[in-house]
Ligand binder design. Structure first.
Ligand SMILES: CSC[C@H]1O[C@H](OP(=O)(O)O)[C@H](O)[C@@H]1O
Length: 384
């Protein structure tokens, strides 16, 4: 592969298209998002997923509506107050699409503060333009933040493991879910660190967990790794312990985050908690890669994080192209039932890795480490 940059979100003023991640890796199809309702459904149905990408699609879907209101000079932009009311209603609606990732409510909080705080004498159109500009900036900032996370992750591992760029003994890492270009505006968080390790020639191989039941690892992370020609191997989630035991060159497990509580407990894709336990047992570094938009100082610990439960059909069914004569036929998609009919199912989308099992939280503002008492001080990183 390797042609061009992967882009989950394509935006220019008045136009928003997102890559349909339900169809990856078999088809690369962009679908239009014309309003906040389209944005809400795309997020809920996981056409777009990944904590930062969800937030960006949500605010850009609002930007699309505001742009249309300006173009048509509709009642929405009649006055500053009408825009304030409209924006707040739409944000309240959008944040209900998925509960666990805090990036979405963080973006909503910032846009809500913008419309509340803006000068009372501003026109409706000017305020709508300010909201659009703020939403657009969130998308641009996300890519810069991810590159900074990549650089800090490289710095942390280089010093913690004493590996030098272009090292003779490069390291391997393990990751879960998809935290790359597809989960963000570009480059990625945990997968951004993998990209930076690869770029600095300190990466031997990235192992990727399949990440049942939605298979973000086998469908999306594998797609990105192949796209970028990064040496990689896919495993099923239940192979992780065996892999760490048999592959001592794996020195770190790097994961993303949907919400980092004030104390450092981190909600991430289901399966992350067991990896943090394994990391401790095998003496490998366990790193969380998260923009500061994923830090939630209002949530004291992981016990206070609401974990999204997804429909049981996502676990018992799988869809994909039919294989004919050994080849996938993407024009023929079939859904198969995997489990015994009638079985009860538990399908939490996330779990919480406790702070005690986390070595470092890598943000765009630097590397958060624990003090001698085992406490992260994330308030030093979250400044807005
Ligand atoms: C770049 S962090 C993305 C974060 O979002 C994922 O969840 P989902 O695919 O359900 O949206 C996962 O927990 C990742 O670490």
């Amino acid at each position: 592969m390797s042609e061009g940059l992967l882009q989950a979100i394509r935006y220019e003023r008045g136009l928003l298209n997102i890559l349909d991640q339900l169809r990856l890796p078999h088809e690369s199809v962009y679908v239009p998002i014309k309003n906040t309702q389209d944005g809400f459904v795309a997020i809920k149905d996981m056409v777009v997923r990944g904590a930062p990408a969800i937030a960006i699609v949500a605010v850009l879907s609002l930007a699309i509506e505001l742009d249309e209101a300006i173009t048509k000079n509709s009642a929405v932009v009649e006055s500053r107050d009408s825009v304030e009311q409209y924006v707040k209603e739409k944000l309240d609606y959008l944040v209900q699409s998925r509960p666990t990732a805090v990036n979405l409510s963080d973006s909503a909080r910032k846009l809500s503060a913008l419309v509340t705080d803006t000068n009372k004498s501003i026109s409706g159109i000017d305020l709508a333009n300010q909201v659009i500009a703020a939403a657009e900036k969130m998308m641009v900032d996300d890519v810069d933040d991810n590159k900074a996370i990549g650089a800090f992750g490289l710095e942390y591992l280089s010093s913690a493991l004493d590996v030098k760029p272009s090292s003779d003994s490069p390291i391997s890492v393990l990751t879960i879910c998809n935290t790359g270009s597809l989960a963000t505006a570009g480059y990625g968080t945990a997968l951004g660190i993998v990209r930076s390790l690869f770029g600095a020639k300190v990466l031997k191989k990235c192992y990727a967990c399949e990440t049942r039941p939605y298979n973000q690892g086998s469908r999306l992370t594998a797609y990105e790794l192949v796209h970028d020609n990064i040496p990689a191997t896919l495993i099923t989630d239940n192979m992780a312990a065996s892999l760490l035991r048999s592959h001592p060159e794996i020195k770190a497990i790097i994961v993303g985050a949907d919400r980092v509580a004030r104390n450092g407990d981190t909600a991430n894709k289901i399966g992350t908690y067991q990896l943090s336990v394994l990391a401790k047992h095998h003496g490998v570094k366990f790193m969380v890669a998260a923009p500061t938009t994923s830090i939630d100082l209002m949530t004291p610990s992981g016990d206070d994080i609401i974990i999204e439960e997804r429909p049981h059909l996502e676990l018992v069914r799988a869809s994909g192209p039919v294989v004919e004569n050994g080849k996938s036929n993407k024009d023929k998609i079939a859904t198969v039932h995997l489990a015994a009919p009638g079985i009860e199912v538990w399908n939490p989308a996330f779990d919480v890795a406790p702070k005690d099992l986390i070595d470092a939280i890598i943000t765009e503002r630097g590397i958060a480490l624990k003090d001698d008492s085992g406490n992260f001080h994330l308030e030093n990183f979250k400044i807005d």
